[in-house]
Write a protein that binds this ligand. Structure first.
Ligand code: FMN
Length: 317
């Protein structure tokens, strides 16, 4: 059966959001925000901070497995940290070859490596050697840095070096997050490697999902912002009879999110976390946009929750 994977999203899809989204259902695997590796073995606390699910069998409370993502370019250090992630219980390890951030690229991490397929191959081979033949190793790449001419070379280097599967975000680094995603350019990659390829980018609804599968030729799809904007996107894909949630169904999810934020996030950051998700939900649910306008100047989580509770009585779309 085809799989739906929740994309790693730094500063957005932390364990709290992973918990809320996997509770809705339809997601088979989550990948964490990246853990940045320089030249050292990181302390265990870094892994637990980015992936608190490690305390619980590395599954979200809904039982969905979570995989730690590493970002860096030092093959030995990545190997050591991959070993540690697995020893702590991560469901495989994912390597990030797609991050477009300037600071990350300046220190030779993320998408900048897509200019050098050989170097990418060396990194993957080193991690494979460190973790042994049985551990699950995935990689996530973009189509390239400036352009796409090395896309197939990079994918082949990753596969030949021993990765078990490959996610392709169908844009170059220069294209950033600008639509469209070029699903058709995933197809030659899929055809050139003998490992499963997972398509990613710009899947916002069920039609996009179907188109993405058909055009890329990939069974498996990774969903990023689409499932944050529309929390039942994965569930809707899995269950054709399901009607998209209305705000009445999303509102309790947001209240549950607030409860988790209250327990896990330091007070001074709590409001911002809730505002962030509400602002994104506002792109699909007009009621979320209205609610966001009401709460955006509120400071404390308690004030925001009071306002959110009062907003349940809004006319529904
Ligand atoms: C806020 C944000 C943070 C991201 N952080 C990561 C990350 O830590 N690791 C990674 O491989 N990709 C990261 N990405 C890229 C996503 O995993 C995904 O490839 C991209 O958003 C395209 O998918 P989408 O159009 O479904 O959102 C991030 C994307 C966003 C929007």
């Amino acid at each position: 059966m085809s799989r739906i994977i929740l994309a790693p999203m730094e500063g957005l899809a932390d364990n709290i959001l992973r918990d809320c989204l996997t509770l809705v259902g339809g997601i088979d695997l989550c990948v964490t925000e990246f853990i940045r590796v320089t030249d050292q073995l990181l302390p265990e606390r870094v892994f637990y901070r980015l992936c608190p699910e490690l305390y619980d069998g590395c599954k979200t409370p809904a039982g969905v497995p979570v995989r730690v993502q590493l970002l860096g370019s030092n093959p030995e250090a990545l190997g050591l940290n991959a070993q540690r992630a697995l020893a702590l219980g991560s469901h495989g390890v994912d390597l990030n070859f797609g991050c477009p951030a300037k600071t990350v690229n300046r220190s030779q991490g993320g998408a900048i490596l897509l200019r050098e397929p050989k170097r990418i191959g060396n990194i993957v081979a080193s991690v494979r050697e460190a973790i042994g033949p049985k551990a699950w190793l995935s990689a996530k790449m973009r189509l390239g840095y400036e352009d796409t001419h090395l896309a197939v070379d990079n994918a082949q280097a990753i596969a030949a070096a021993g990765a078990n599967e490959l996610v392709v975000h169908a844009r170059t680094k220069l294209q950033g997050y600008k639509p469209p995603a070029h699903w058709h350019l995933i197809k030659p990659i899929r055809e050139a490697v003998n490992i499963p390829v997972i398509a990613n980018g710009e899947v916002w609804n069920i039609d996009d999902y179907k188109q993405c599968q058909a055009i890329s030729g990939c069974e498996d799809v990774m969903l990023g912002r689409g499932v944050v904007w529309r929390p039942d996107l994965a569930w809707s894909i899995r269950n054709p009879d399901h009607l998209y949630y209305q705000w009445q169904q999303v509102h309790p999810l947001v209240m549950g999110f607030c409860e988790r934020v209250a327990m896990q996030v330091p007070a001074r950051f709590q409001g911002a976390r809730v505002k962030q998700w509400l602002a994104l939900l506002g792109r699909v649910y007009p009621e979320a946009a209205t609610t966001f306008a009401q709460i955006k100047r509120l400071k404390t989580l308690a004030e925001i929750e009071t306002c959110l509770r009062a907003m349940t009585d809004l006319p529904q779309s």
